[in-house]
Design a protein around this ligand. Sequence first.
Ligand SMILES: [Zn+2]
Length: 180
Amino acid sequence: MAEPQVAKTHVEVRRSARRRRMVSAYREGDKVVVLLPARMSKGEEEHWVAEMLSRLQRSETRRRSPARTSDAALLARCEELAERYLDDDAEPTSVRWVPPMRTRWASCTPAEGTIRVSERLRDVPSWVLDYVLVHELAHLRVPGHGKDFWELVHRYPKSERAMGYLEGISAAAGLGIEED
Ligand SMILES: [Zn+2]
C-alpha cells in the first residue's frame, strides 16, 4: 500500500493559566488536543507534544483487536468487512498472519486471492487493522492504486486516519514501512 495522501496528526495545543505542571492529551475527532500550562516555553511545548503523542499512541495500541488472535479470526473479520464495505465482492482464499515484513504492513496476491498481514499489526487498534484488511481486500478487485481503488478503500470511514496512524508508528520506530 503506498499512499498518495497521508493524514498527519493534527495537534491543537491549548494552554491554561490554571495548569501548573500537568500535561494531558486526548483525541477529539481527527485531532489531538494537548493541554499545557500557560508558562511553558516553546521548547518545552515541543517536547511535551511529542511525548504526549507517543503516550497516546501506546495506550491506543494496548487496546487489543479481536482479529489478532488467529488466522481464522482474521478471515472472519475480512468477511465482515467485505460485506460491509465492498459489496460482499472481495473473497480471499486465505488470510494469514506472517512474521514482520521489512517494508510492508500487508500484501496480497490477487491471482491467488491470498492476503498476508504483518505480525507488527497484532498490536494496533482494531480500526487500524480493519483499514489494512479493507485495503488488501480492495486489491482483490483492483490491483493498483488508481482512483477506482481509493474509491473502494475510502468507503471505510477511518481510512485516512488509519493511514496517518500507520505512518506515525513507522516513523516513530524508524521502520520506513510504506504501504504496499
Ligand atoms: Zn495497496
